[in-house]
Design a protein around this ligand. Structure first.
Ligand SMILES: *Cc1c(COP(=O)(O)O)cnc(C)c1O
Length: 351
């Protein structure tokens, strides 16, 4: 009869990680370039003997490096095992009210999974017809608000004035902005922290810092909020961040030149690929991310997804309402994108 006592959940489904190295992997928004060069050096020189010891529970060096990079106090920074861990801790910590937590209907599909896991009441606010946020919808009574900016998987970026309007309308709610893709052309809400003590900004090393494999995410907010997060984190697992991630994360943050170079390259590739895909009948939202959310004028997304997959090019497709005729295509290297475009040109019906 133990089944009666089980916490049942329908888990989040991550994009596929194929074993085959020949796959052109444009399905999980990873960065196609390696981490900062200093990371490789430091990994090679790592003091393996120190792995006997538990890591620093507060990730002091990484927290301080992030605080100094973003011009905030170290007490305003919380790091976790990818932003998924940070976000999960945020749901557990900040969303414990009676009113529903609000997030868009089309968004990061982990939000409703955490809400259900932690039994948090929630309500989705439908995006407008053009897939921008319905700001009025976020002015209803709520127990907290979360949305990505730019949004995923739509790639739509909202101006900071929109973020500010939501913050202003909700002085008694925590507003979490998930900025997983902010480094690809948008403006971070971080400067708004000075004006709004209810804002929490979440970011990750997985996309713009080429370190999805190390699992590093962080958030920045008021000292009071970070204290609450730490209290919950230390009630679940003190040693979340392993030692190599802490050490190598610091090196990545410190190499700003490399970070700008790789994000700049991805932005340039994205803009070029947009033109070339448009020329063969694709259209998309105005992406400020490292992916395109594309649809074709005559061939259904699902058929293109299958065609590409059979040719070892993986993109993401969801058979869901409103987005069922869309492909999410990560921006890879120029060479990978050329192969994608050539392959698409060979598909009957595309040109
Ligand atoms: C990728 C992504 C995350 C999670 O990234 P981590 O690898 O866990 O840091 C969070 N939110 C959004 C919107 C994402 O796309």
């Amino acid at each position: 009869m133990w089944e009666e006592n089980v916490r049942r959940v329908i888990p989040y489904v991550a994009g596929e990680q194929p074993k085959d190295k020949n796959v052109i992997k444009l399905n999980t928004n990873e960065c196609p370039y390696p981490p900062a060069p200093g990371v490789e050096q430091a990994a090679k020189e790592m003091d393996v003997d120190s792995l006997r010891l538990y890591p620093d529970t507060e990730s002091t060096a990484l927290t301080e490096a992030l605080a100094s990079y973003y011009g905030v106090d170290p007490d305003q920074v919380f790091v976790g095992v990818g932003s998924d861990d940070v976000l999960s801790m945020c749901f557990l910590t900040f969303f414990d009210g009676k009113e529903p937590v609000l997030f868009p209907d089309i968004t990061y599909s982990f939000y409703d999974v955490w809400a259900k896991l932690y039994r948090i009441p929630f309500r989705t606010v439908p995006l407008k017809e053009d897939w921008t946020l319905d700001v009025e919808g976020f002015k209803a009574p709520n127990g907290g608000i979360i949305f990505p900016n730019p949004n995923a998987p739509t790639a739509v970026y909202e101006d900071l004035s929109v973020v500010e309007e939501i913050l202003q309308a909700n002085p008694d709610s925590i507003v979490i902005v998930d900025e997983a893709y902010i480094d690809f052309g948008g403006s971070s809400a971080l400067p708004l922290l000075k004006k709004y003590s209810n804002l929490l900004v979440v970011q990750t090393f997985s996309k713009s810092r080429s370190m999805a494999g190390l699992r590093i995410g962080f958030c920045i907010g008021s000292k009071e909020m970070i204290k609450c997060l730490n209290d919950v984190k230390f009630s679940v697992n003190s040693y979340t961040m392993n030692m190599p991630s802490q050490a190598l994360g610091v090196i990545a943050v410190e190499d700003d030149a490399y970070f700008r170079e790789t994000t700049g390259k991805i932005i340039r590739t994205r803009e070029r690929v947009k033109e070339e895909l448009a020329a063969i009948g694709f259209s998309f939202t105005d992406s400020k991310t490292n992916f395109l959310f594309a649809t074709h004028r005559s061939v259904p997304a699902k058929e293109i997804f299958t065609y590409l997959r059979e040719r070892n090019i993986y993109v993401r497709f969801w058979d869901k309402p409103r987005i069922g005729n869309r492909l999410r295509i990560t921006i890879g290297t120029d060479a990978q994108m050329d192969t994608l475009i050539e392959t698409l040109k060979g598909m009957p019906g595309i040109c």
